[in-house]
Ligand binder design. Structure first.
Ligand SMILES: NC(=O)c1ccc[n+]([C@@H]2O[C@H](COP(=O)([O-])OP(=O)(O)OC[C@H]3O[C@@H](n4cnc5c(N)ncnc54)[C@H](OP(=O)(O)O)[C@@H]3O)[C@@H](O)[C@H]2O)c1
Length: 290
Protein backbone atom coordinates (compact mmCIF):
# COMPACT_ATOMS: atom_id res chain seq x y z
CA UNK A 1 0.00 0.00 0.00
CA UNK A 2 1.42 3.43 -0.93
CA UNK A 3 1.47 6.39 1.49
CA UNK A 4 -1.69 8.44 1.84
CA UNK A 5 -1.55 11.46 -0.45
CA UNK A 6 -5.27 12.10 -0.89
CA UNK A 7 -7.39 14.24 1.45
CA UNK A 8 -11.19 13.98 1.32
CA UNK A 9 -13.00 16.98 2.79
CA UNK A 10 -16.76 16.75 3.37
CA UNK A 11 -16.01 13.11 4.14
CA UNK A 12 -19.04 12.64 6.39
CA UNK A 13 -21.41 13.99 3.73
CA UNK A 14 -23.29 12.36 0.86
CA UNK A 15 -20.56 12.36 -1.76
CA UNK A 16 -17.52 12.34 0.54
CA UNK A 17 -18.64 9.21 2.39
CA UNK A 18 -19.36 7.41 -0.89
CA UNK A 19 -15.97 8.51 -2.29
CA UNK A 20 -14.23 7.16 0.84
CA UNK A 21 -15.99 3.81 0.45
CA UNK A 22 -15.06 3.55 -3.21
CA UNK A 23 -11.37 4.33 -2.57
CA UNK A 24 -11.31 1.83 0.31
CA UNK A 25 -12.88 -0.85 -1.91
CA UNK A 26 -10.05 -0.33 -4.40
CA UNK A 27 -7.34 -0.50 -1.73
CA UNK A 28 -6.40 3.16 -2.20
CA UNK A 29 -5.37 4.83 1.07
CA UNK A 30 -6.83 8.24 1.89
CA UNK A 31 -7.14 10.75 4.70
CA UNK A 32 -10.69 11.74 5.63
CA UNK A 33 -11.27 15.14 7.22
CA UNK A 34 -13.98 15.25 9.90
CA UNK A 35 -15.08 17.92 12.36
CA UNK A 36 -15.82 15.65 15.28
CA UNK A 37 -15.86 12.09 16.49
CA UNK A 38 -19.29 10.58 15.90
CA UNK A 39 -20.91 7.56 14.26
CA UNK A 40 -20.09 8.91 10.78
CA UNK A 41 -16.39 9.43 11.55
CA UNK A 42 -16.30 6.00 13.21
CA UNK A 43 -17.70 4.43 10.02
CA UNK A 44 -15.03 6.20 7.99
CA UNK A 45 -12.29 5.09 10.41
CA UNK A 46 -13.39 1.47 9.98
CA UNK A 47 -12.71 1.54 6.21
CA UNK A 48 -9.50 -0.14 5.02
CA UNK A 49 -6.80 2.46 4.21
CA UNK A 50 -8.58 5.29 6.04
CA UNK A 51 -6.72 7.80 8.16
CA UNK A 52 -8.94 10.25 10.04
CA UNK A 53 -7.93 13.84 10.68
CA UNK A 54 -10.02 16.26 12.73
CA UNK A 55 -10.18 19.73 11.18
CA UNK A 56 -12.61 22.54 10.49
CA UNK A 57 -12.67 24.86 7.46
CA UNK A 58 -13.08 27.79 9.87
CA UNK A 59 -9.72 26.98 11.53
CA UNK A 60 -6.83 27.42 9.04
CA UNK A 61 -4.30 25.83 11.44
CA UNK A 62 -6.33 22.65 11.55
CA UNK A 63 -6.50 22.67 7.72
CA UNK A 64 -2.70 23.02 7.52
CA UNK A 65 -2.40 19.95 9.76
CA UNK A 66 -4.95 18.06 7.68
CA UNK A 67 -3.01 18.85 4.47
CA UNK A 68 0.44 17.74 5.70
CA UNK A 69 1.94 15.48 3.03
CA UNK A 70 -1.16 15.69 0.82
CA UNK A 71 -0.78 15.95 -2.99
CA UNK A 72 -4.44 15.77 -4.03
CA UNK A 73 -7.43 17.22 -2.20
CA UNK A 74 -11.13 16.67 -2.80
CA UNK A 75 -12.83 19.96 -1.87
CA UNK A 76 -16.47 19.94 -0.76
CA UNK A 77 -18.53 21.85 1.77
CA UNK A 78 -22.27 22.18 2.05
CA UNK A 79 -23.74 25.30 0.43
CA UNK A 80 -23.81 27.87 3.22
CA UNK A 81 -23.36 31.63 3.31
CA UNK A 82 -19.74 30.96 4.37
CA UNK A 83 -18.97 28.36 1.68
CA UNK A 84 -17.17 30.70 -0.73
CA UNK A 85 -14.91 32.15 1.96
CA UNK A 86 -14.18 28.77 3.55
CA UNK A 87 -13.36 27.17 0.22
CA UNK A 88 -11.17 30.03 -1.03
CA UNK A 89 -9.28 30.05 2.29
CA UNK A 90 -8.79 26.31 1.87
CA UNK A 91 -7.20 26.94 -1.54
CA UNK A 92 -4.70 29.41 -0.02
CA UNK A 93 -3.82 26.94 2.72
CA UNK A 94 -3.49 24.13 0.16
CA UNK A 95 -1.02 26.18 -1.91
CA UNK A 96 1.07 26.91 1.20
CA UNK A 97 0.98 23.23 2.17
CA UNK A 98 2.32 22.11 -1.22
CA UNK A 99 -0.87 20.47 -2.53
CA UNK A 100 -0.62 19.87 -6.28
CA UNK A 101 -4.14 19.09 -7.43
CA UNK A 102 -7.62 20.04 -6.20
CA UNK A 103 -10.71 18.13 -7.32
CA UNK A 104 -13.55 20.54 -6.54
CA UNK A 105 -17.16 19.50 -6.21
CA UNK A 106 -19.03 22.34 -7.94
CA UNK A 107 -22.45 22.44 -9.59
CA UNK A 108 -23.78 22.26 -13.14
CA UNK A 109 -23.89 25.73 -14.75
CA UNK A 110 -21.62 27.39 -12.17
CA UNK A 111 -21.23 30.95 -13.52
CA UNK A 112 -20.27 34.34 -12.09
CA UNK A 113 -23.36 36.00 -13.62
CA UNK A 114 -25.90 33.37 -12.57
CA UNK A 115 -29.07 34.44 -10.73
CA UNK A 116 -28.51 31.39 -8.48
CA UNK A 117 -26.24 32.22 -5.52
CA UNK A 118 -24.91 28.64 -5.29
CA UNK A 119 -23.79 28.81 -8.92
CA UNK A 120 -22.09 32.17 -8.32
CA UNK A 121 -20.13 31.00 -5.27
CA UNK A 122 -19.03 27.80 -7.00
CA UNK A 123 -17.87 29.89 -9.97
CA UNK A 124 -15.90 32.20 -7.64
CA UNK A 125 -14.11 29.25 -6.02
CA UNK A 126 -13.42 27.67 -9.41
CA UNK A 127 -11.91 30.99 -10.57
CA UNK A 128 -9.75 31.19 -7.45
CA UNK A 129 -8.42 27.68 -8.10
CA UNK A 130 -7.94 28.33 -11.81
CA UNK A 131 -5.85 31.44 -11.12
CA UNK A 132 -3.86 29.76 -8.32
CA UNK A 133 -1.66 27.72 -10.64
CA UNK A 134 -2.78 24.49 -8.95
CA UNK A 135 -3.84 21.57 -11.09
CA UNK A 136 -7.59 21.24 -10.94
CA UNK A 137 -10.57 19.14 -11.90
CA UNK A 138 -14.02 20.67 -11.52
CA UNK A 139 -16.94 18.29 -11.05
CA UNK A 140 -20.20 20.02 -11.90
CA UNK A 141 -23.08 17.66 -11.10
CA UNK A 142 -26.74 18.27 -11.69
CA UNK A 143 -29.42 17.77 -8.99
CA UNK A 144 -28.69 14.65 -6.89
CA UNK A 145 -31.18 11.74 -7.05
CA UNK A 146 -30.37 11.20 -3.37
CA UNK A 147 -31.79 14.70 -2.74
CA UNK A 148 -35.14 12.91 -2.72
CA UNK A 149 -34.16 11.58 0.70
CA UNK A 150 -34.75 15.16 1.90
CA UNK A 151 -38.44 14.48 1.15
CA UNK A 152 -38.36 11.17 3.03
CA UNK A 153 -40.75 12.32 5.77
CA UNK A 154 -43.66 13.46 3.54
CA UNK A 155 -43.12 10.47 1.24
CA UNK A 156 -43.28 8.01 4.16
CA UNK A 157 -46.09 9.77 6.04
CA UNK A 158 -48.19 11.32 3.24
CA UNK A 159 -47.11 9.48 0.08
CA UNK A 160 -46.41 12.93 -1.35
CA UNK A 161 -43.50 15.26 -1.96
CA UNK A 162 -43.60 18.96 -2.67
CA UNK A 163 -41.44 21.38 -4.68
CA UNK A 164 -41.66 24.48 -6.85
CA UNK A 165 -40.44 23.05 -10.12
CA UNK A 166 -43.54 22.47 -12.28
CA UNK A 167 -43.12 19.85 -14.97
CA UNK A 168 -39.58 20.83 -15.94
CA UNK A 169 -37.28 17.97 -16.86
CA UNK A 170 -33.98 17.65 -14.97
CA UNK A 171 -31.13 15.27 -15.83
CA UNK A 172 -30.77 14.19 -12.20
CA UNK A 173 -27.74 12.15 -11.25
CA UNK A 174 -26.88 9.45 -8.71
CA UNK A 175 -24.22 10.50 -6.17
CA UNK A 176 -22.58 7.07 -6.47
CA UNK A 177 -21.65 7.95 -10.05
CA UNK A 178 -20.41 11.40 -9.03
CA UNK A 179 -18.19 9.77 -6.40
CA UNK A 180 -16.78 7.39 -9.02
CA UNK A 181 -15.86 10.34 -11.25
CA UNK A 182 -14.21 11.96 -8.20
CA UNK A 183 -12.28 8.79 -7.34
CA UNK A 184 -10.96 8.45 -10.89
CA UNK A 185 -10.09 12.17 -11.09
CA UNK A 186 -8.05 11.79 -7.89
CA UNK A 187 -6.24 8.60 -8.80
CA UNK A 188 -5.84 8.29 -12.58
CA UNK A 189 -3.89 10.48 -15.00
CA UNK A 190 -5.58 12.66 -17.60
CA UNK A 191 -8.09 14.60 -15.53
CA UNK A 192 -6.22 17.80 -14.72
CA UNK A 193 -7.65 20.96 -16.27
CA UNK A 194 -10.94 19.16 -16.94
CA UNK A 195 -14.42 20.48 -16.16
CA UNK A 196 -16.99 17.69 -16.06
CA UNK A 197 -20.71 18.45 -16.41
CA UNK A 198 -22.12 15.40 -14.62
CA UNK A 199 -25.70 14.33 -15.32
CA UNK A 200 -27.78 11.20 -15.24
CA UNK A 201 -28.75 9.35 -18.42
CA UNK A 202 -32.10 11.08 -18.97
CA UNK A 203 -34.04 14.20 -18.00
CA UNK A 204 -37.09 13.50 -15.84
CA UNK A 205 -39.90 15.65 -14.49
CA UNK A 206 -40.90 15.40 -10.84
CA UNK A 207 -44.19 13.66 -11.81
CA UNK A 208 -42.10 11.09 -13.72
CA UNK A 209 -39.88 10.59 -10.66
CA UNK A 210 -43.02 10.08 -8.56
CA UNK A 211 -44.24 7.44 -11.03
CA UNK A 212 -40.91 5.52 -10.90
CA UNK A 213 -40.86 5.79 -7.11
CA UNK A 214 -44.46 4.48 -6.94
CA UNK A 215 -43.41 1.45 -8.96
CA UNK A 216 -40.37 0.74 -6.77
CA UNK A 217 -42.36 1.18 -3.52
CA UNK A 218 -45.46 -0.59 -4.80
CA UNK A 219 -47.70 2.24 -3.59
CA UNK A 220 -48.81 5.52 -5.13
CA UNK A 221 -46.51 8.51 -4.53
CA UNK A 222 -47.65 11.91 -5.83
CA UNK A 223 -45.64 14.99 -6.64
CA UNK A 224 -47.39 18.21 -5.55
CA UNK A 225 -46.32 21.41 -7.26
CA UNK A 226 -46.19 24.37 -4.85
CA UNK A 227 -45.34 28.05 -5.26
CA UNK A 228 -41.79 29.26 -4.58
CA UNK A 229 -43.10 31.11 -1.51
CA UNK A 230 -44.75 27.97 -0.13
CA UNK A 231 -41.51 26.05 -0.67
CA UNK A 232 -39.47 28.79 1.02
CA UNK A 233 -41.76 28.73 4.09
CA UNK A 234 -41.52 24.92 4.28
CA UNK A 235 -37.70 25.08 4.11
CA UNK A 236 -37.56 27.73 6.85
CA UNK A 237 -39.94 25.69 8.99
CA UNK A 238 -37.69 22.63 8.88
CA UNK A 239 -34.72 24.78 9.92
CA UNK A 240 -32.91 25.87 6.78
CA UNK A 241 -31.09 29.19 7.31
CA UNK A 242 -32.62 32.08 5.31
CA UNK A 243 -29.63 32.34 2.93
CA UNK A 244 -29.82 28.66 2.09
CA UNK A 245 -33.63 28.59 1.75
CA UNK A 246 -33.47 31.57 -0.63
CA UNK A 247 -30.67 29.84 -2.55
CA UNK A 248 -32.74 26.69 -2.95
CA UNK A 249 -35.65 28.76 -4.28
CA UNK A 250 -33.28 30.30 -6.86
CA UNK A 251 -32.00 26.81 -7.68
CA UNK A 252 -35.51 25.43 -8.21
CA UNK A 253 -36.48 28.44 -10.34
CA UNK A 254 -33.46 27.59 -12.52
CA UNK A 255 -34.67 23.98 -12.79
CA UNK A 256 -38.24 25.16 -13.47
CA UNK A 257 -37.00 27.24 -16.42
CA UNK A 258 -35.80 23.98 -17.96
CA UNK A 259 -32.15 25.01 -17.69
CA UNK A 260 -30.94 21.73 -16.17
CA UNK A 261 -32.38 19.26 -18.67
CA UNK A 262 -29.38 18.59 -20.91
CA UNK A 263 -27.78 15.15 -20.67
CA UNK A 264 -23.97 14.88 -20.68
CA UNK A 265 -21.68 11.93 -21.38
CA UNK A 266 -19.17 12.65 -18.57
CA UNK A 267 -19.96 9.59 -16.46
CA UNK A 268 -19.68 7.22 -19.42
CA UNK A 269 -16.55 9.02 -20.68
CA UNK A 270 -14.70 9.04 -17.34
CA UNK A 271 -15.83 5.76 -15.78
CA UNK A 272 -16.48 3.67 -18.90
CA UNK A 273 -19.89 2.77 -17.49
CA UNK A 274 -23.36 4.14 -18.17
CA UNK A 275 -24.78 6.36 -15.42
CA UNK A 276 -27.36 4.81 -13.13
CA UNK A 277 -30.91 5.76 -14.10
CA UNK A 278 -33.66 6.84 -11.71
CA UNK A 279 -35.32 3.41 -11.73
CA UNK A 280 -32.05 1.91 -10.47
CA UNK A 281 -31.86 4.58 -7.73
CA UNK A 282 -35.52 4.06 -6.71
CA UNK A 283 -35.04 0.28 -6.43
CA UNK A 284 -31.80 0.57 -4.41
CA UNK A 285 -33.22 3.17 -1.98
CA UNK A 286 -36.80 1.84 -1.74
CA UNK A 287 -36.34 0.52 1.81
CA UNK A 288 -35.60 4.07 3.03
CA UNK A 289 -39.05 5.22 1.88
CA UNK A 290 -41.02 2.33 3.42
N1 LIG B 1 -27.83 18.54 -3.53
C1 LIG B 1 -27.72 18.62 -4.84
O1 LIG B 1 -28.61 18.20 -5.58
C2 LIG B 1 -26.46 19.23 -5.43
C3 LIG B 1 -26.33 19.29 -6.83
C4 LIG B 1 -25.15 19.81 -7.38
C5 LIG B 1 -24.13 20.24 -6.54
N2 LIG B 1 -24.30 20.17 -5.19
C6 LIG B 1 -23.20 20.62 -4.33
O2 LIG B 1 -22.81 19.54 -3.50
C7 LIG B 1 -22.24 20.05 -2.30
C8 LIG B 1 -22.82 19.29 -1.14
O3 LIG B 1 -22.44 17.92 -1.26
P1 LIG B 1 -22.99 16.82 -0.23
O4 LIG B 1 -24.47 16.68 -0.42
O5 LIG B 1 -22.13 15.61 -0.36
O6 LIG B 1 -22.72 17.57 1.13
P2 LIG B 1 -23.32 17.27 2.57
O7 LIG B 1 -23.86 15.86 2.63
O8 LIG B 1 -24.17 18.41 2.96
O9 LIG B 1 -21.99 17.29 3.45
C9 LIG B 1 -21.29 18.47 3.73
C10 LIG B 1 -19.95 18.08 4.31
O10 LIG B 1 -19.20 19.26 4.59
C11 LIG B 1 -18.72 19.17 5.92
N3 LIG B 1 -18.54 20.50 6.48
C12 LIG B 1 -19.44 21.50 6.50
N4 LIG B 1 -18.92 22.58 7.14
C13 LIG B 1 -17.67 22.23 7.51
C14 LIG B 1 -16.62 22.90 8.23
N5 LIG B 1 -16.77 24.16 8.67
N6 LIG B 1 -15.46 22.23 8.43
C15 LIG B 1 -15.31 20.95 7.99
N7 LIG B 1 -16.25 20.28 7.32
C16 LIG B 1 -17.41 20.90 7.10
C17 LIG B 1 -19.80 18.38 6.67
O11 LIG B 1 -19.28 17.89 7.87
P3 LIG B 1 -20.24 17.59 9.15
O12 LIG B 1 -20.71 16.16 9.00
O13 LIG B 1 -19.35 17.78 10.32
O14 LIG B 1 -21.38 18.57 9.11
C18 LIG B 1 -20.08 17.30 5.63
O15 LIG B 1 -19.08 16.30 5.66
C19 LIG B 1 -22.55 21.54 -2.27
O16 LIG B 1 -21.40 22.25 -2.63
C20 LIG B 1 -23.62 21.70 -3.35
O17 LIG B 1 -23.59 22.97 -3.95
C21 LIG B 1 -25.43 19.68 -4.62
Amino acid sequence: MTATNILITGATGNIGAELAQQLAAQGIPFRAMVRKSDSKSNSLAALPGAEIVTADFTDPHSITRALKGIEKAFLLTNSSEQAEELQTNFVDTAIAAGVQHIVKLSQLHAAAGSPVRFLRYHAAVEEKIRLSGLQYTFLRPNLFMQGLLGFRDPIVKLNKFFAAVGDAAISIVDIRDIATVAAISLTAPGHTGQIYDITGPEALTHPQMAAYLSKALNRSITYIDVSPEEMRQALLQVGFPQWQADGLIEDYAHYARGEAAAVSTAIQDVTGKAPRDFQHFAKDYASLFM
